[in-house]
Design a protein around this ligand. Structure first.
Ligand SMILES: *Cc1c(COP(=O)(O)O)cnc(C)c1O
Length: 415
């Protein structure tokens, strides 16, 4: 564990992580002289940005519920803290931990995933620019770009991001951002991050990856060529359905400074208690994700053999069109499973209503299993748009309850 009083070293240890078993790109320390050791993912989740409190030794970062900080003479800031919109120590701990987990150099925590996305888009786009988004993007991302950002003179194209040539074909001279989700929501399509990084960079555009579904435990887009990672920490990072939050992480220090400038200018920051909850969730991310994956695999196996299921969508299935790409860029295939019910829309809705251990509700990524009908719930606003989903589709966020209870519940609901 990290125990050093040298401030630079502490910061560097939080931000620079050499030798991670799944890292693909070496980084050098900021002054180019010292290179820093190696901590595994779980160690970073528990310790990065979270050295014991220097005054009391508290092993958990305190919730600094304060708006302002006393100065030692005009401009004499203690450790850089001035006002909590600009920076707050609890938020700093979370931001350093997120950067460490995504193998970036800068993490920023926001009040929601949408606040993070808004800050990113307003940082990197100007009127006249163009954005490519997945044709099955998260509904809120689609709404932000098509209803809000478009009014400020930014155009967009929805493209199937599992098709590299389709994305290349959608590039325009004014394209500034290629936005990916992988796996996508709710169809669990897979985008090839390294290939699309090349497409974006050839066009002088940034590659942004919304890594909410995979989490940094399963996939680290910055090591695969992405410029910015976006999270709704509301989901797996928080993991307990008790907080709404968002994050941006980048491996580019200059872009990180620009994003931090806009985070402060726009003000959509995570409050100290919310930051603390997400940080607490991150400590168990690895063990939770492994169990989410274990349970999802069992659920997929049961659904795939069920006569009342028409099709199962899960990137871990060898029949999934993105399976090979997912195997290359993901550790495992995640806890989200979608499937089409034989019998159409009414049968799908009925199934959602009958489930009992699976709670009927929106959102995802918590320890409890959730079931929903995207056509009438999360994706209802996409009706008639390029993002409309099939009416017989059901989406599961497979939780970490006893797997036999989950299997029995689905079997019963499918009767
Ligand atoms: C939930 C979600 C968001 C938005 O995050 P909020 O925290 O709800 O604002 C963005 N992207 C994906 C993939 C999501 O699931």
């Amino acid at each position: 564990m990290v125990a050093s009083s040298d401030l630079w070293l502490k910061r560097a240890l939080s931000r620079v992580h050499r030798g991670d078993h799944d890292r693909r790109r070496a980084r050098t320390a900021p002054d180019g002289v010292r290179s820093i050791t190696v901590h595994g993912f779980e160690t970073r989740a528990i310790h990065a940005g979270q050295e014991p409190d220097p005054r009391t030794g508290a092993v958990i970062p305190p919730i600094y519920a304060t708006s302002t900080f006393a100065q030692d003479g005009v401009g004499g800031l203690r450790d850089g803290y001035e006002y909590s919109r600009s920076a707050n120590p609890t938020r700093t701990a979370l931001e350093e931990c997120l950067a460490a987990l995504e193998v970036g150099v800068r993490g920023l925590a926001f009040a929601s995933g949408m606040a993070a996305e808004d800050t990113l888009l307003r940082t990197v786009l100007s009127p006249g620019d163009h954005v490519i988004i997945p044709n099955d993007a998260y509904g809120g991302t689609f709404r932000l770009i098509s209803r809000v950002v478009e009014r400020w003179g930014v155009s967009w194209t929805a493209a199937p991001v599992s098709d590299i040539e389709a994305v290349r074909g959608a590039i325009r001279p004014e394209t500034k951002v290629v936005w990916l989700e992988t796996p996508t929501n709710p169809l669990l399509n897979i985008a090839d991050i390294p290939a699309l990084a090349e497409v974006a960079h050839d066009a002088g555009a940034l590659l942004v990856v919304d890594n909410t579904f995979a989490t940094p435990y399963l996939q680290q887009p910055l090591t695969l060529g992405a410029d910015v990672v976006v999270h709704s920490t509301t989901k797996y990072c928080g993991g307990h359905s008790d907080v709404v939050g968002g994050a941006l992480i980048t491996g580019d220090a200059a872009l990180g400074d620009e994003l931090a400038y806009h985070q402060n200018a726009l003000g959509g920051v995570a409050g100290p208690f919310d930051a603390w909850l997400v940080l607490r969730g991150l400590k168990t991310l690895a063990v939770r994700m492994d169990r989410h994956c274990d349970n999802a695999e069992r659920v997929v196996e049961a659904l795939a053999g069920h006569p009342n299921v028409a099709e199962v969508l899960y990137p871990g299935l060898p029949s999934h069109p993105g399976h090979e790409v997912a195997r290359r860029q993901m550790r495992r295939f995640g806890g989200m499973v979608s499937f089409r019910v034989a019998g159409g829309e009414e049968a799908a809705v009925e199934l959602c209503n009958r489930a009992q251990v699976f709670t009927l509700g929106e959102s995802l990524g918590g320890v409890e299993s959730l079931i929903e009908h995207p056509g009438r719930m999360t994706h209802a606003s996409a009706a008639g748009s390029p993002l409309e989903v099939a009416a017989d589709l059901v989406r599961l966020s497979v939780g970490i309850e006893t797997v036999d209870d989950l299997l029995a519940d689905l079997d019963n609901a499918l009767k």
